[in-house]
Write a protein that binds this ligand. Structure first.
Ligand code: C5P
Length: 405
């Protein structure tokens, strides 16, 4: 992926052991296509060298406001004007306090103060001991920085270098990267609540066995991430899958279709958008045995009977909120052939405004997909792309179709 292609990021390092994670973060930023200008405070150089950061960013590091490389000798002005965002990771408690007071006695704080607030966002990844983090002064400073327009990316929790355990660790490099990418995405769904189903369902036969399918859940998880990036409040109802929850998404794990329906019905009353990507089992065993169904030695196979599962999407689409247009429903159709014909018919049968068609074998378990959008106006084919890019495009298409406030 090249989620940061064309972006120029200033990565600021302040004093803290979490500087070791900044090396990985710098690599991640470059890998996503960003150009990275590292600026380091004197204290940060106690933890990691400018040589390391230069090698990883591919650019000389700035450490002083008196850096003579700038013809006008104003690195604080030049560096901040060129950047799409300033990310301070790690940001020490002391540096937060400094920013709060608008102090500017070295390059990084000077540059933050000199940045055009409305054009160059400032993101902060705090890193400190748990007592320092919990201290009222730090909490007060964090609130003040947020009020002054900075974005605080939060902290992780767990074992700390000092030997204590608690809140205040810097987020991991991959988490910071995901947060920065999300921050820079357009906020087409700001203030909206999005509800998503993903993955397969598992219909138990007995305590050991059941019926399921090969849905990976990747498309639904990508949509959850894209919706969150677009500013939505996202609830992801997931069948059994082994995927990490996208950052900032609330996940409800379920097993059977009936569990999934119950979770969805509980959430749908508050949602503005419902996207059904789950591969819900069409049938479930008519009976469930509390004990393992055993071979009896006769060679006779058990006779299994099935009953139809509820259609979650069709049920939600019939609700009063969906019918009134307050809840916008989107379905998926995986077909093996005649995609346009089947997808068009499925949209009408399900009673939904938008249906996404795809060719099953070309998407199941894959990292990319090709989508066909079917709505009342007709059919639109989208180019093949990664599932995350497809998800972002779909989110933009959904946002365009929502009622204007
Ligand atoms: O009818 P079919 O299973 O092909 O429809 C696919 C669409 O309906 C998907 O959006 C899927 O998530 C949804 N669906 C559902 N509940 C079912 C079956 C399908 O929500 N029981």
């Amino acid at each position: 992926m090249n989620d940061l292609a064309g972006k120029h990021i200033v990565l600021g390092l302040t004093g803290g052991i979490a500087c070791y994670k900044a090396a990985e973060l710098c690599r991640g930023l470059v890998k996503e296509g960003a150009t990275v200008q590292v600026v380091m405070t004197e204290a940060s150089e106690q933890f990691i060298t400018a040589v390391t950061m230069q090698a990883l960013s591919g650019r000389p590091v700035y450490t002083s406001q008196w850096d003579a490389r700038e013809p006008n000798n104003m690195p604080h002005i030049n560096l901040s004007r060129q950047s799409d965002a300033i990310l301070i990771a790690p940001c020490s408690a002391d540096f937060m306090a400094k920013l709060v007071h608008g102090r500017a006695d070295e390059l990084l704080s000077l540059m933050c103060l000199a940045r055009p607030i409305d054009k160059v966002p400032l993101l902060i990844a705090p890193a400190m001991n748990r007592e320092m983090w919990a201290h009222p002064a730090t909490q007060r400073n964090m609130q003040q920085l947020a009020d002054d327009g900075a974005t605080i990316l939060g902290v992780g929790s767990g074992f700390q270098a000092c030997g204590e355990t608690g809140d205040g660790r810097m987020l991991e490099a991959n988490e910071l990267l995901e947060d920065l990418v999300a921050f820079l995405q357009p906020k087409a769904l700001a203030g909206k609540r999005v509800l998503i189903t993903a993955g397969p369902t598992f219909e138990a036969l007995d305590p050991i066995r059941g019926i399921t399918n090969h849905s990976s859940g990747k498309m639904g998880f990508a949509i959850a991430r894209a919706a969150r990036e677009a500013g939505a409040d996202v609830v992801l109802v997931a069948g059994p899958v082994h995927l990490a929850t996208p950052r900032g998404v609330r996940r409800i794990d379920v097993k059977s279709a009936r569990d999934m329906l119950a979770a969805i019905e509980g959430e749908a009353t508050r949602a503005d958008v419902f996207v059904a990507t789950a591969a819900v089992a069409d049938w479930r065993p008519a009976t469930h045995s509390d004990q393992k169904i055993k071979k009896d030695g006769s060679g006779a196979a058990p006779t299994l009977a099935f009953v139809e599962n509820p259609d979650i999407l069709a049920t939600v689409a019939k609700s009063a909120r969906a019918q009134s247009g307050a809840l916008f429903c989107v379905g998926f159709a995986a077909e093996s052939h005649d995609l346009v014909k089947h997808a068009t018919a499925k949209r009408e049968r399900k009673g939904i405004p938008l249906l996404v068609g795809n060719i099953g074998p070309l998407t199941f378990g894959q990292d990319d997909n090709q989508m066909l959008l079917v709505d009342a106006q007709g059919v639109q084919e989208l180019p093949r792309a990664s599932k995350l890019e497809c998800a972002r495009r779909l989110v933009a298409e959904i946002a365009q179709r929502l009622p204007r406030p």
